[in-house]
Design a protein. Structure first.
Length: 361
């Protein structure tokens, strides 16, 4: 059929395929949720129903998009991670972002009444914005996830103390803000404990650690080591993690001998690999050894010598079409779970090797 004279306009559309062989993270964030939370009387500082609704919506997104390997959520935001080998929508940025944003928004509204049965939604309806960022190495991706979890921790400690001062201490917003200005994490822990008898470490994990969503598989029986089959996803991941030279990785020769950043006052329930959380009001110098990059969105990504090469070495060859289809089916059938656990240390990733290898066990 002959082209119409209008056809030329399609050339104004620009390709926006994301860099191949990089981890894609799509982060969505609730639009004007400060207002939205007020309108629906969300509990302060955390509303368990609102967080559960976010988690349920994230699970629905993962069910619809089996290419997502893991997601992490806190407050009104969620980060969805696509494996670096992902080819969904030819990795077109706007298609990936708009699909996640619209799927999440649709499910948030769909699930709303299950969590807020006596508060039907009225316009303006909840909506989310989204962005996609690519991370070239596994270290960068792990640092990204750590950054979001440290942020959760820092904000939650601040908010918990702020609202304790108001609700239990009788202060108004301005006085509570003044009281917290310039305080360090240890000061907030002290205020909570000595004035209100609150041990921050006993606060619910969902508030302190956020929510991780992933596919769960029954633990597979390990194949005999002598065969070529012994390159299981978990041994592959072990190679990758060992190559990253993480200080607390058991195969690392410096395990338990290399000093990590001194644990900051608020990090006692995080493993030694935890970058020291910084307070919004704290300067880097307040906590010795605290790495600035992990807490600042605009901070440069630390370079990790040799990671790319080593990561590449640990890669498995691309699966055959049939194997890939089987893998997809297994992912579609898998149970999607939500946990509130530490994702800064290596244990979470080692115990669930399939998340980062992208291969079902
Ligand atoms: N009370 C309460 N508020 C919450 C809860 N979760 C999220 N919020 C609100 O959502 C806000 C999320 O922060 P932002 O995303 O920076 O603020 P925003 O108003 O959504 O602004 P934009 O994202 O820029 O549109 C928080 O500051 C809170 O006001 C909750 O569990 N309880
Ligand atoms: Mg928001």
């Amino acid at each position: 059929m002959a082209n119409s004279k209008y056809e030329y306009v399609r050339f104004f559309e620009q390709p926006d395929n994301l860099l191949p062989n990089t981890w894609i993270v799509v982060r969505i964030d609730g639009r004007s949720f400060t207002k939205f939370a007020k309108k629906y009387n969300f509990g302060k500082p955390n509303d368990r129903r609102a967080l559960d609704l976010m988690n349920e919506s994230a699970k629905s997104v993962m069910k619809e998009l089996p290419d997502i390997v893991v997601a992490y959520g806190v407050s009104d935001e969620y980060s969805f991670v696509f494996h670096k080998s992902c080819t969904l929508f030819e990795r077109r940025k706007s298609k990936l972002v708009s699909t996640i944003v619209s799927t999440f928004s649709a499910y948030y509204i769909h699930h709303w009444l299950s969590f807020f049965p006596s508060s039907p939604l009225e316009p303006p309806l909840p909506t989310f914005d989204g962005r996609a960022v690519v991370y070239p190495s596994l270290q960068n991706l792990r640092d990204y996830m750590s950054w979001r979890q440290v942020d959760c921790h820092v904000n939650n400690l601040y908010n918990t103390t702020f609202w304790a001062l108001i609700k239990k201490g009788g202060l108004d917003n301005e006085d509570a803000e003044r009281e917290l200005a310039g305080t360090l994490a240890k000061d907030k822990n002290e205020i909570l404990f000595s004035r209100f008898g609150i041990n921050y470490n006993n606060e619910p994990e969902i508030f302190r650690k956020g929510s991780v969503v992933f596919r769960s598989y029954p633990t597979p029986t390990p194949p005999p080591k002598s065969t070529a089959e012994s390159l299981t996803p978990s041994s592959l991941l072990a190679t990758v993690l060992a190559d990253l030279n993480l200080p607390n990785f058991p195969n690392n020769p410096s395990f338990n001998t290399k000093s990590s950043a001194p644990p900051p006052p608020t990090s006692r329930d995080f493993p030694p690999a935890c970058p020291a959380p910084l307070e919004p009001t704290e300067k880097q110098g307040d906590i010795p050894g605290a790495p600035a990059p992990s807490t600042s969105p605009s901070a440069p990504i630390p370079s990790v010598a040799g990671v790319e090469g080593n990561e590449h070495e640990a890669e498995t060859p691309a699966p055959s079409k049939t194997a890939a289809q089987k893998d997809l089916k297994r992912r579609q059938r898998a149970r999607i779970v939500v946990e509130h656990v530490d994702i800064i240390g290596s244990a979470f990733w080692e115990e669930r090797a399939w998340i980062l290898t992208g291969r079902t066990p």
